[in-house]
Design a protein around this ligand. Structure first.
Ligand code: FES
Length: 103
């Protein structure tokens, strides 16, 4: 995915609060999160063993991995709880009409 251009990831209506939504953008699995109306995007794969974080639970501003319960800060991608120790890649988001764009 180019670093400079925003690309469409999903429709805003498809990313309600409460659970992450996995989309594929330019062949890459991305997790989208709606935290009180603000959309965040990270890589979907846990940095520990590459399962999808979209099967995990949002707790406050963190996503908890469903496999070993490592957790990450959704806003920054920072690994918070072991065994996850490598940070998640995050993406800038913006809303245009009813579309979520990321880069
Ligand atoms: S696969 Fe996510 S913490 Fe192990």
């Amino acid at each position: 995915m180019p670093n400079t251009a925003f690309v469409k990831a999903a429709l805003l209506n498809d990313v309600p609060p409460g659970a992450p939504v996995e989309v594929t953008v330019d062949g890459k699995a991305i997790a989208l999160y709606n935290l009180e109306g603000t959309i965040y995007a990270t890589d979907a794969a846990c940095t520990h063993a590459h399962v999808s974080l979209c099967d995990g639970d949002i707790e406050g501003c963190t996503i908890v991995c469903p496999l070993h319960f490592g957790s990450f800060d959704i806003k920054t991608g920072r690994a918070i709880d072991p065994p996850a120790c490598d940070d998640l890649k995050t993406y800038e988001t913006k809303i245009q009409g009813n579309e979520i764009l990321i880069r």
